[in-house]
Design a protein around this ligand. Structure first.
Ligand SMILES: Cc1cc2nc3c(=O)[nH]c(=O)nc-3n(C[C@H](O)[C@H](O)[C@H](O)COP(=O)(O)OP(=O)(O)OC[C@H]3O[C@@H](n4cnc5c(N)ncnc54)[C@H](O)[C@@H]3O)c2cc1C
Ligand SMILES: NC(=O)c1ccc[n+]([C@@H]2O[C@H](COP(=O)([O-])OP(=O)(O)OC[C@H]3O[C@@H](n4cnc5c(N)ncnc54)[C@H](OP(=O)(O)O)[C@@H]3O)[C@@H](O)[C@H]2O)c1
Length: 445
């Protein structure tokens, strides 16, 4: 069944309101552009498009193929594909000559911004402060306006995570890397501690070494992980990032899901091997070829356990070394926290919080089609993206299945198979009831 066209002027109620216009909701907006029966608007608090603008560091590349864009996997003919962007910008042939599948973050942001500004369904400079439900529809309030919608998609992303012991010191000399560029930071002649052994930590450490924010005297990179561990981008691991894998993952029970997600961490949060190589070569040159006069240390297997400010104005960090099983001290003038991001229940949901089904960790209960369980009318739906690591698995915070996720939501919203979302199973026989690819050569093949 297709929904009837509902325009703003007929009822003044949107069929779907999106909160946030990061890549996940932007994908939904781009695919919905081909569905004129659905009236939509996506509200974004930033004044213009930006994607983690604090982390737009020189040399940063994507961790996923450029074909994993907003639409291609489910609608390759969409005008909002990355290839369409290349053609529109007149760089298609030059791009082919670069032989790249993984592009710079700068170019990906340009692509996303091009979609966001040309779509016509994204309203910038509008932070949604409150969502309530009345008269069979949602009411979204920003500072100066309110909007009505029958259905919602929550796409407001994650928040920076900072370890408890750092929180009282947060400010110009101790801050999360996500705010790096907005800090207007000057690290010249400073001893810097970079905390966190993921991709952000690697990028911040290398940029500190290279004097991106002024020439530091010392930079120390602390990782809680046992080493500086690579992103696993090998082919069989990439099977985790397929619709077929997600559908079998959905059938598992909670404990098992959590164990698997923890085990798969480096498939999502490791450091790109090419970046590790670049960093290693830089350290080699600095060590043996006299190309550097900045002192540095790599400190894996350490947890930042406590910190204090000395009377002479520097931070005294207490690191627990899990290998030696002892505490160590580290002095730093500036502490940059590359300690990741966390899901938090958005404050704007407070008016309907009691109606949501949350687990003990305040997480949504999500249906396979990303619908949040709540006690409102069944024909009024709340979808949530980037909120289902615990239910949908390791792929959920990543871009890999962005288009597929959006298509799944749209099919559910429209109660129709608008986009193809059912893919054949991959090469791996995960569970005893999993089918093989028809031409596979498994034990049944
Ligand atoms: C630096 C960085 C690089 C990454 N690179 C990759 C990669 O290469 N490949 C990959 O697969 N994954 C990558 N990821 C992981 C993931 O793809 C991103 O985190 C992605 O941004 C998630 O998209 P999102 O739309 O859920 O959230 P976000 O991008 O965080 O977007 C949320 C949007 O909502 C807006 N917003 C928040 N609150 C409100 C409100 N109340 N009202 C209105 N608007 C609001 C925000 O301004 C923001 O624009 C990366 C993550 C980071 C941090
Ligand atoms: N260029 C790019 O494409 C790019 C750039 C940046 C980020 N990303 C992606 O964005 C996501 C987030 O990356 P991220 O690096 O910001 O976060 P992350 O991968 O979650 O890494 C955070 C790191 O901080 C560590 N940590 C947390 N608390 C700590 C403490 N008290 N002491 C010491 N270490 C502590 C974590 O250790 P544990 O692992 O032990 O928890 C982890 O190593 C990832 O998926 C990443 O791949 C991509």
């Amino acid at each position: 069944m297709r929904l009837q066209k509902i325009t703003d002027c007929e009822t003044d109620i949107l069929e779907l309101a999106g909160l946030g216009a990061g890549p996940f909701n932007l994908s939904l907006a781009a695919l919905l552009d081909s569905q004129p029966t659905i009236s939509t608007r996506f509200f974004e608090k930033k004044a213009t498009f930006g994607w983690h603008p604090g982390l737009m560091l020189p040399g940063a590349h994507m961790q996923t193929s450029c074909l994993k864009d907003l639409v291609t996997a489910v609608q390759p003919t969409s005008p909002w594909s990355f290839i369409s962007f290349l053609v529109n910008k007149g760089r298609f042939y030059s791009f082919l000559s670069t032989e790249k599948m993984v592009i710079s973050r700068t170019e990906f942001v340009e692509y996303l911004g091009w979609v966001a500004t040309n779509l016509g369904s994204v309203t910038f400079d509008t932070e949604i402060r409150e969502v309530s439900f009345t008269d069979h529809h949602f009411v979204l309030k920003s500072d100066h306006q309110s909007f009505k919608a029958r259905n919602l998609c929550l796409g407001t992303g994650k928040s920076p995570y900072t370890p408890q012991c750092t929180r009282r010191w947060l400010g110009p000399h101790c801050f999360h890397a996500g705010s790096l560029m907005t800090q207007d930071v000057d690290l010249a002649n400073k001893r810097v501690a970079v905390i966190g052994g993921g991709q952000t930590g690697a990028e911040v450490f290398l940029n500190c070494l290279r004097g991106q924010w002024g020439k530091v005297t010392q930079v120390n990179w602390v990782s809680r992980r046992a080493g500086f561990e690579p992103l696993d981008e090998s082919p069989f691991t990439n099977e985790y990032f397929t619709p077929g894998y997600v559908s079998q993952f959905l059938s598992l029970h909670g404990d098992k899901k959590e164990r698997i997600v923890n085990y798969q961490k480096l498939a999502s949060d490791g450091i790109t091997p090419a970046y590790l190589l670049e960093l290693y070569r830089e350290l080699y040159d600095r060590t043996y070829l006299g190309n550097g006069d900045v002192s540095w240390q790599l400190l894996p297997d350490r947890t930042l356990a406590d910190m204090s400010l000395t009377s002479t104005g520097y931070y005294d960090l207490r690191l627990f070394n899990a290998l030696s099983e002892c505490d160590e001290q580290l002095a730093a003038d500036v502490v940059i926290l590359c300690t990741g991001f966390q899901n938090a229940l958005p404050e704007y949901l407070e008016p309907i919080r009691e109606q949501l089904t949350l687990d003990q960790q305040n997480r949504f209960k999500l249906s396979p089609s990303f619908k949040v369980a709540w006690d409102g009318p069944e024909d009024r739906r709340i979808y949530a993206v980037n909120a289902g690591l615990h239910s949908h698995g390791i792929v959920e915070p990543q871009l890999s299945l962005t288009a597929w996720r959006s298509a799944t939501i749209i099919n559910d919203l429209m109660n129709d198979d608008v986009f193809p979302v059912n893919h054949p199973p991959g090469f791996i026989h995960w569970q005893s009831n999993t089918d093989f690819l028809p031409n596979g050569k498994g034990e049944n093949g």
